[in-house]
Write a protein that binds this ligand. Structure first.
Ligand SMILES: [Zn+2]
Ligand SMILES: [Zn+2]
Length: 104
């Protein structure tokens, strides 16, 4: 069976951060199909994905989604923007402006 994650270009490293072929969000991809990283590797991977999220979405404004919904056989994590409406509102207030009303 073809695996979309295996089809992604990778370098020689054990894992990389790329974008998801399904939803185009940042994806931490473990390069080997049907195998799992060690505890130490997971820690490294988590730190790297956190750094990525902090740069890409703003500090703490993202979450690491470890549930392999799209590709259950291939180890990966998504980095999703944090869209909790309450948090978005709090951030807007913290920056001294009202949350957007209707976009007009
Ligand atoms: Zn695969
Ligand atoms: Zn995805």
């Amino acid at each position: 069976m073809d695996c979309k994650l295996c089809a992604l270009p990778t370098d020689a490293a054990a894992w990389c951060i790329t974008s998801c072929p399904g939803c185009e969000l940042p994806l931490l991809l473990w390069n080997e199909h049907a195998s799992e990283p060690s505890r130490t590797q997971r820690r490294e991977m988590r730190d790297a994905l956190r750094d990525y999220g902090n740069t890409h979405y703003g500090r703490g404004n993202f979450l690491i989604d470890r549930f392999p919904v799209e590709y259950p056989d291939h180890f990966h994590w998504h980095c999703r923007p944090n869209l909790n409406p309450q948090l978005v509102e709090e951030r807007a207030l913290a920056h001294g402006r009202q949350p957007a009303q209707d976009g007009s």
